[in-house]
Design a protein. Structure first.
Length: 80
C-alpha cells in the first residue's frame, strides 16, 4: 500500500475510530493513541480488532505517513 492511496484517508482504527499512520517499512497501519499495529497482507489492511497487535515501538520517522493529514510543506505547515 502506498502513502498516496486514497483509501488511506478513510481508514480508521476499529477500536477508537481514529486515524492511522502508514508504516511502509513495517507493512502495517499504526495507531499511536493505542500503540497498536494492524498488518497489511497482500496490500489489504487487516482492520479487525483481533488483528491488531501491541506495538513495541513507533514506526521509523522517514517511513511513516500520517494518513489523516493532507499535504504539507517542508516546515510541517499545511498548504493553503
Amino acid at each position: 500500500m502506498k502513502p498516496d492511496n486514497p483509501l488511506l484517508k478513510i481508514l480508521a482504527c476499529p477500536l477508537d475510530k481514529g486515524p492511522l499512520i502508514l508504516d511502509e517499512l513495517g507493512g502495517a497501519l499504526y495507531n499511536p493513541r493505542l500503540r497498536r499495529r494492524y498488518p497489511i497482507v497482500d496490500g489489504i489492511p487487516q482492520l479487525l480488532p483481533s488483528s491488531g497487535v501491541p506495538a513495541v515501538e513507533e514506526p521509523a520517522g522517514e517511513n511513516k505517513h500520517d494518513v489523516s493529514a493532507g499535504p504539507s510543506d517542508s516546515a510541517g505547515r499545511d498548504r493553503a
